[in-house]
Design a binder for this molecule. Structure first.
Ligand code: G6P
Length: 475
């Protein structure tokens, strides 16, 4: 078969391809695999089966031909500049993202954005239909592509379709605001298996299905009515909490060079007694403002002092043209400036703030250097940073302050759990983490680490795909 017509038994469909553009040593542009967790989880499946990944290449108005990288076929989907604005920035990230995250920012609904969402979802569905072999398994990912399952089923009734939502699924009372709520549910119900992070998300979805589609759903099995009175089918909804590539993180954490770098980071920061760390995308859902508010007050109260304690806040740039993202960046930078202005000393800042990303090795060195990790999201589907910190603490030291409103909090019960809206609770939890007895820290971290290392992202993809393989046989 020629490259062009080759079809694949396993097809992943996600908004982004798992690659970054790079310039090679010869000065020519090329691609490098991005270090994302999803691609590590899918790698074993991609390699044992013939795997392809369909996604957007990250630029606009550029046609890129399918290519192979690391034994994967990558199939770029093109977006125009207008579609980037209306589908990606608009409907995905200014309508769905805030709606699905407890309306922390007000979602906006525009018919032109919806039209672009439908058009782009159709393009992804067509690409999947053209790439999948007879009876292939197609796994669609995340809120950007919720219409793809039903669109693909129309085009290719022979393929098995899984969908996984990486972000929360909101309670019905919030979901019901969406003018196209029924269309979204019908889109998702095109899948044989619809996966969510937490049982709570699955329950929210099933409730929305009962209310809007009016069909019965028992034990996660939804009877999907057939079109034009035709025979119906069964779609299953279930939770599959995602994890990380624990083993490769633990290997990096054991690397003497990375450990040396961690020691160097502490020295560069002036050897504080306590190093606290926050690592997030710059997003209003992450609770960075709340974290800084609590940290600043603890400094005002004299409970934390410079240079004894310092906070490193890494906030990687994200969706930067959107209004609420500009706003959160301004708020964070004002708060950092205020805290440093009031409490910093020459050569000893209270907060070290970085608005850029770091390579994976450097991130692990930061995790190793940090005594206290602060994860204070106001709402988060899972929060992989919390799991990554735990996976690197090979000597069972360190304390994790973790928001109750993350999916990770369902599993990481031995963290110091906190309600980030409650600034008093947040301040007390930070102090608890700073002053934790080494024996208690070690007991908690050991149990957290067991949890994270037993359940890595490869198990997650295996669990999802084996459940998908059995959905139709045993409805
Ligand atoms: C979240 C979403 C992903 C998304 C990522 C980065 O984790 O669940 O689907 O890819 O954020 O956001 P971006 O808009 O840059 O793709």
């Amino acid at each position: 078969m020629t490259q062009r017509t080759k079809r694949f038994d396993f097809v992943v469909v996600a908004n982004r391809l798992p690659v970054d553009r790079v310039t090679g040593e010869d000065g020519k542009p090329g691609w490098k695999r991005s270090p994302g967790g999803l691609v590590s989880g899918l790698e074993p499946v991609m390699h044992t089966q013939d795997g392809a990944w369909i996604g957007w290449g990250g630029s606009t108005d550029e046609k890129i031909a399918p290519f192979d990288l690391d034994e994967m076929r990558l199939v770029p989907v093109e977006l125009s500049a207008a579609e980037f604005e209306q589908y990606y920035e608009g409907f995905a990230n200014a309508s769905l993202w805030p709606l699905y995250h407890d309306v922390i920012a007000p979602p906006e609904f525009h018919r032109a954005w919806w039209d672009a969402y439908v058009r782009v979802n159709q393009r992804f569905a067509k690409a999947a239909a053209a790439t999948a072999a007879d009876k292939a398994v197609v796994w669609v990912h995340d809120y950007q592509l919720q219409l793809v399952p039903a669109m693909l089923r129309d085009l290719r009734p022979d393929v098995k379709i899984g969908f996984f939502n990486h972000i929360p699924f909101p309670p019905y009372e919030i979901f019901a605001q969406l003018p196209w709520r029924r269309r979204i549910l019908e889109g998702l119900l095109g899948a044989d298996l619809i996966g969510f992070q937490r049982p709570y998300d699955t329950a929210n979805f099933l409730r929305a299905v009962r209310r809007k589609i009016g069909t019965t759903a028992r034990h996660g099995m939804v009877k999907v009515p057939g079109t034009d009175g035709g025979e119906g089918r069964i779609a299953k909804a279930q939770s599959f909490p995602i994890s990380i590539d624990s083993q490769s993180l633990a290997e990096l954490a054991a690397d003497p060079d990375v450990q040396r770098r961690a020691a160097e980071i502490r020295t560069e920061l002036g050897d504080p007694r306590v190093l606290m760390l926050g690592v997030d995308r710059m997003d209003y859902t992450k609770g960075i403002r709340h974290r800084l508010k609590a940290f600043g007050e603890l400094m005002d109260d004299g409970d934390l002092t410079v240079p004894d304690v310092t906070l490193v806040q890494i906030a990687t740039p994200s969706r930067e043209r959107l209004e609420y993202y500009k706003q959160i960046r301004t708020d964070v930078e004002l708060a950092v400036g205020r805290i440093n202005g009031e409490h910093g000393e020459l050569g000893a800042a209270a907060v070290h703030y970085m608005h850029h990303s770091y390579p994976r090795r450097e991130m692990v060195a930061f995790y190793l250097a940090a005594d206290v990790m602060l994860v204070t999201a106001l709402r988060d589907g899972m929060n992989l940073v919390a799991k990554e910190y735990v996976a690197t603490r090979l000597d069972n030291t360190g304390a994790l302050v973790l928001s109750e409103f993350t999916g990770a909090a369902d599993e990481l019960r031995q963290a110091i759990l906190v309600n980030p809206h409650d600034i008093i609770d947040l301040k007390q939890s930070i102090l608890r983490a700073v002053n934790i007895e080494p024996r208690e820290a070690s007991r908690r971290m050991r149990s957290l680490r067991r949890r994270v290392s037993e359940d890595d992202v490869k198990h997650w993809s295996h669990r999802f795909l084996s459940t998908l393989a059995h959905v139709r046989e045993h409805p």
